[in-house]
Design a protein. Structure first.
Length: 258
């Protein structure tokens, strides 16, 4: 039983028009995360960084309240490990947002930031966050499996370099959208191409075959931490009422378009 089974109440203005038990189109596991890394940034030459600090629930509440996809926090539920976050199965499961705040790392698990090149939900929120936090490194990661998988990665650095890559895993390079130079990002964060390839982001691969999510991992300095450094970390878990934009994002990405 999911959290949606035991928590009721309005989640967006037009809830009465929808069945909370309606199954989402995306029935396989994926990823929709927005991560901010605040200075001081990790030293790329340190192979054993200090453990991430404990989760800050007060800061997490502020983060979720500031998202463009959230109109109001309705309920703050017990904390849970990242590994215990469930992939949404029905419409009501989309009413939940998780936020982890571990020192300089802020990670948001937010289904309303799912994108597919038609709905640019992550791009819009990344731009909002950059305006609010120009000092942070920002990474937006999307992997949505409709049978074929839509993949998107955005990496923005406060020093200027940024990268966007988005497309379907079944398409060749002509079906993808790219912007920015990943080599500039690697140079700016102090990671050589050999180290990047060891992590999984290989510049010798064709652009549409690169593991773009690993470029985000490198920018966040999480490649040096066991299991990505976050799987066992605790997050705050919120039931929210959606903003108009958040509700529109969910309708377009998680359900079949009419």
């Amino acid at each position: 039983m999911s959290d949606a089974d035991v928590h009721g109440g309005p989640v967006h203005d037009d809830e009465a028009e929808h069945d909370p038990d309606e199954e989402v189109q995306l029935r396989r596991h994926g990823e929709v995360t927005l991560t901010l890394l605040f200075p001081p940034f990790p030293d790329p030459d340190v192979t054993e960084p200090e453990p991430l600090p404990a989760h800050d629930p007060v800061r997490a509440r502020r983060v979720v309240e500031e998202l463009g996809t959230v109109a109001e926090v309705l309920e703050q539920l017990p904390e849970r490990p990242v590994a215990d976050l469930a992939w949404p199965e029905v419409r009501a499961d989309l009413d939940f947002v998780a936020v982890g705040c571990w020192g300089g790392v802020v990670m948001v698990f937010e289904p309303a930031l799912g994108s597919d090149l038609l709905r640019e939900a992550m791009t819009a929120e990344v731009a909002r966050q950059r305006a609010r936090h120009p000092e942070a490194r920002i990474v937006g990661s999307v992997a949505l499996d409709y049978g074929n998988c839509y993949l998107e990665e955005q990496v923005l650095l406060p020093s200027g370099p940024e990268v966007f890559a988005g497309g379907w895993d079944c398409d060749d390079e002509d079906g993808w959208t790219f912007a920015g130079d990943p080599q500039e990002v690697l140079r700016a964060i102090g990671v050589d191409r050999e180290t990047a390839a060891e992590v999984g982001f290989d510049l010798d691969d064709a652009p549409c075959e690169r593991a773009w999510s690993d470029l985000g991992v490198l920018a966040l300095g999480l490649h040096r931490r066991p299991a990505g450094g976050v799987e066992e970390r605790h997050v705050s878990y919120f039931r929210v009422r959606r903003s108009q934009r958040g509700a529109a994002n969910l309708a377009d990405v998680w359900f079949a378009r009419s």
